[in-house]
Design a protein around this ligand. Structure first.
Ligand SMILES: Cc1cc2nc3c(=O)[nH]c(=O)nc-3n(C[C@H](O)[C@H](O)[C@H](O)COP(=O)(O)O)c2cc1C
Length: 408
């Protein structure tokens, strides 16, 4: 049986109202945490081994300990729903369908870290999720369920606005551009105060953990990867959209089981687990999805926005599109990022235009050169998909680049 922790079976896709959420135990975890205290809640989340679902998979309890240990006049908590990665819809769907689970998780994260104000951070084009969150906030506040005020903030519809310190700048009324770190938000975040930023999927898991216990969560998944994960499948499968699977499931189960298989009898060559992950050969379709099993294969589940490489996919064009996305979305404030994200695009265009050999060496060198040169990791995000594509699809790249120019 597939456990559905976040997306329970329902006859409708409408936002889950408060009464329905409470009927399945919603807000009982928050009540328990209010009675047992912040240290109890942090211990449960430590035991759960929950890792953040915003892409970097940082252990949630470790992040909380930092903010909890800080002494300050005020502390804040932010639920990050700023999702704007092409092919990833899980955060917007979660907020739209289960806004109370996200709000309960936000209240819990605030309680665990000593926050006195919370923000649910969405982006401007999220009309449905925003309406659902506003209605849920109104219901929860009217029922006296929330331990501190929570406000909804809308950031701009850009990719980088989802980076945690860009989100904090936006909430402060500044342009949504990342800050230099350290200091990290847990030390000095919103208005200089300790701030915990968690992805909205992470927060919905926190609500489940407070209700069912950290041990129950840790019992789902694999040795190092616990709980379930939301995936978004593309239109090339029969049932595209957001699906929930436990860690330890395989991409074959995801694509064939949840997704109903590929449309039109096509065959699969490779998987891109998320836009900034490395490509995975279809030979690994039966590898259990977990941090510890994908790491040795050079990739990671990321935020689960899966892309598929099919028999008729132009892989050079696909790789170029990914590099172009990161070039377009860089915010312009770090000169190395402005220049290096451009370079990947130039090199891939040169391949397409048969302008020459050498890309096999230049691309990995550029990827290495770009490491840790920006305020955020956007500068590095194209590196994994581009370098892995050049290796995995070496024959396609060589064919696209054409024969080496004749020596004169
Ligand atoms: C360019 C960029 C964009 C990001 N976009 C998002 C996003 O849309 N949503 C999100 O939760 N995290 C995003 N992140 C990661 C956040 O900075 C941060 O790690 C995350 O919100 C922490 O939550 P977690 O610990 O629960 O994963 C982004 C990071 C970068 C570098």
């Amino acid at each position: 049986m597939t456990p559905h922790l976040l997306l329970p079976e329902r006859p409708t896709t409408d936002p889950e109202p408060l009464a329905e959420y409470r009927a399945r135990g919603g807000y009982t975890g928050l009540r328990e945490a209010q009675q047992q205290g912040a240290a109890w809640l942090r211990a449960e989340v430590t035991q759960s081994q929950l890792r953040g679902r915003g892409g970097a998979s940082f252990p949630t309890a470790r992040k909380w300990e930092l903010a909890a240990a800080a002494t300050a006049e005020r502390k804040f908590v932010v639920g990050n729903g700023g999702e704007h990665e092409p092919g990833s819809d899980k955060d917007r769907l979660l907020v739209q369908r289960h806004p109370h689970a996200v709000l309960e998780g936000l209240a819990l994260a605030g309680l665990a870290t000593g926050a006195s104000q919370g923000y649910l951070y969405l982006i401007e084009d999220m009309h449905g999720p925003r309406a659902a969150a506003e209605q849920a906030l109104h219901e929860a506040q009217a029922a006296g369920l929330l331990p501190f005020p929570i406000a909804i903030h809308l950031g701009p519809t850009t990719y980088v606005a989802g980076e945690e310190t860009a989100a904090l700048n936006s909430i402060e009324g500044k342009p949504a551009k990342p800050r230099k770190k350290p200091p990290f938000p847990g030390e000095a975040g919103l208005f200089g105060m300790p701030t915990t930023v968690n992805n909205v999927e992470t927060l919905a898991h926190v609500a489940w953990i407070a209700r069912h216990g950290g041990a129950a969560f840790a019992a789902i998944g694999t040795a190092e990867s616990k709980g379930t994960l939301l995936f978004t499948l593309p239109d090339s499968v029969q049932r595209p959209g957001v699906h929930e699977l436990p860690f330890g499931a395989t991409y074959r189960q995801l694509i064939d089981g949840c997704g109903g298989g590929l449309r039109g009898g096509r065959t699969l060559r490779a998987i891109l687990p998320a836009m900034s992950s490395a490509f995975l050969d279809a030979a690994h379709l039966d590898v259990p999805i977990a941090y510890e099993t994908l790491r040795p294969l050079g990739t990671s589940p990321g935020c689960g926005g899966v892309k598929l490489v099919l028999d008729d996919t132009d892989v050079v064009a696909m790789t170029l599109q990914i590099a172009e996305f990161f070039m377009r979305e860089q915010c312009g404030q770090c000169p190395p990022c402005r220049m290096e994200t451009n370079q990947f695009v130039h090199m891939l265009k040169a391949v397409q235009q048969k302008k020459g050999p050498g890309y096999e060496d230049k691309i990995p060198k550029l990827a290495e050169f770009s490491r840790k040169k920006g305020f955020c990791s956007l500068i590095e995000m194209a590196a994994a998909p581009v370098t892995s594509a050049v290796k995995l699809f070496a024959a396609d790249f060589a064919a696209a680049a054409g024969p080496a120019p004749m020596e004169s």
